[in-house]
Design a protein around this ligand. Structure first.
Ligand code: FAD
Length: 451
């Protein structure tokens, strides 16, 4: 409820505010969600409810078709205005259009607000008015726009205090279910997800001498674990993106700290970039950004896919990374790049298989950055890695986990293997050098022969 644009806007107009969340059983039954994200979302919902209850209100938890449920809630509570935060995912855009249409027909005023990114997708264009396809000029333009008109956090909770509907006036509301109610298994290893955790994580990360000051040097080394872990919170909305940018730019005023925090700011802009790409090129949600890449002859070997998912490729760093994903619901960015390159290049498996598996296993699974990351690794996206850049999993391992500390942590069976031997493949499912040649052939056949 802190730094939430729709809530702040509602507070400026409404006398009473009902906060609602509609659970969609169809989405929960689909293969696009998994236990980690369900657990973290439900935890965030419980925290939101606790916050509302502590001030005498409650959260309206609904279940079913969002349009129908919200329509009934509006009737029950006499609501005349609907405020919501926009979503850039094609399915969500369709859902929100249907909700808006039905509630408008019922006589409500409907207001959509930009919340999940700082700067709207359409607001940053090149000289011809087209969307950027390359990150660097986009980021330059983004920084110029932000410098002219910084998008500051909104004090939504402060603004709305005293206006939330009384719990007794809200009427019927459901419990936030346990993930098990939808067939998901909870785990204490998945990241915690509440506003308190989010604020603490940001404070700790940005504190003088905190991880942000080592970020530029250390962010590629999984064993050092010096990234913010805020992706889960940004995904669930337990922290606002405006807050993250504003706090980071404040740190950057200190010239000593600027270079490192600026690297972190760039990563947040990558997030904005991929949301922009999804909004302005919605075809990426289902297919490659580069049309010709639709012709890549993927091998799609089920047994190899299953070995990749289960961390049984024989390449220690790839397997350690997949174990981190499967056990904790999160994976370090460098490792996401390595396992995605391995799946799409070494195994020649369609990036959409990997994208889907990540959706099921990541607590921060988010269509825009997930799709962007996968299409980058598969060389099918905007500003993607050139197809002839195929990560060598052994060299990546030597470079980014030099003493094998991360491998040893995730693969205790290799505990006693010293570096550099720990980086070497053990019963690998493919030979990297042969696989690389095979991938280059398949890619060159459709994307040209430049090498
Ligand atoms: C194949 C692949 C799949 C990915 N899937 C997701 C996903 O589903 N959800 C997701 O949030 N991120 C995804 N990423 C991006 C990135 O890996 C994660 O955002 C990051 O690892 C989260 O850890 P952190 O919060 O500690 O990041 P930090 O390094 O602390 O970065 C801060 C924030 O910047 C954003 N960010 C960082 N790196 C990227 C990036 N490369 N692209 C876009 N935004 C970025 C995230 O919001 C992150 O929380 C993916 C990357 C790849 C290569």
């Amino acid at each position: 409820m802190e730094d939430n644009v729709a809530l702040a806007a509602a507070a400026s107009r409404a006398e009473r505010i009902v906060v609602a969340f509609a659970l969609d059983p169809q989405l929960l039954a689909s293969d696009r969600v998994g236990a980690p994200i369900v657990q973290t979302f439900f935890e965030a919902l419980n925290a939101l409810r606790a916050q509302l209850r502590s001030i005498g209100s409650d959260l309206a938890v609904l279940r079913g078709d969002a349009a129908q449920e919200l329509s009934e809630l509006a009737k029950r509570t006499g609501a005349r205005l609907l405020y919501y935060n926009e979503d850039y995912e094609p399915d969500a855009i369709r859902r929100d259009a249907s909700v808006s249409q039905i509630l408008r027909a019922q006589g409500l005023e409907v207001h959509a607000h930009l919340d999940h990114v700082c700067i709207a997708a359409e607001a940053i264009s090149n000289e011809s008015g087209d969307a950027y396809r390359v990150f660097t000029p986009y980021a330059r333009r983004w920084r110029d726009a932000y410098a002219v008109a910084p998008v500051l956090p909104v004090d939504s909770l402060g603004a709305a205090r005293g206006q939330f509907i009384g719990a007794s006036d809200l009427g019927r509301t459901l419990d936030v279910p346990a993930p098990e109610a939808f067939g998901f298994r909870s785990s204490p290893n998945y990241p915690p997800c509440t506003p308190n955790h989010a604020n603490d994580a940001l404070d700790t990360f940005l504190a003088e001498g905190g991880d942000v000051d080592r970020y530029a040097d250390e962010r590629d080394f999984p064993a050092l674990d010096s990234t913010s872990h805020l992706s889960v919170q940004l995904r669930a909305g337990t922290i606002g993106i405006r807050t993250c940018f504003a706090r980071a730019f404040r740190v950057a005023r200190d010239v000593r700290r600027r270079p490192s925090v600026d690297t972190w700011i760039s990563e947040l802009i990558w997030r904005e970039f991929y949301f922009m790409v999804l909004k302005r090129f919605p075809h990426v949600a289902t297919g490659p950004f580069i049309p010709a890449a639709a012709g890549i002859a993927w091998r799609n070997d089920e047994a190899e896919f299953s070995a990749w998912c289960g961390g049984r490729t024989g390449y220690p760093l790839v397997d350690a990374a997949m174990r981190q994903l499967n056990e904790t619901g999160w994976m370090h960015n460098r490792l996401r790049m390595i396992v995605a390159s391995f799946l799409t290049k070494d195994l020649l498996i369609d990036w959409r298989w990997g994208e889907r598996y990540f959706e099921q296993r990541l607590a921060d699974a988010d269509l825009a950055p997930n799709n962007g990351g996968w299409q980058w690794a598969a060389s099918t996206g905007t500003d993607a890695a050139p197809y002839f850049r195929v990560f060598n999993p052994v060299l990546q391992s030597k470079k980014y986990d030099p003493d094998g500390a991360f491998i040893r942590k995730m693969l205790p069976e290799l505990r006693d293997v010293p570096a550099p031997a720990i980086h070497e493949p053990r019963a690998p499912i493919v030979d990297h050098h042969l696989a690389r040649e095979r991938a280059l052939g398949a890619y060159a056949a459709v994307l040209g022969k430049k090498r």
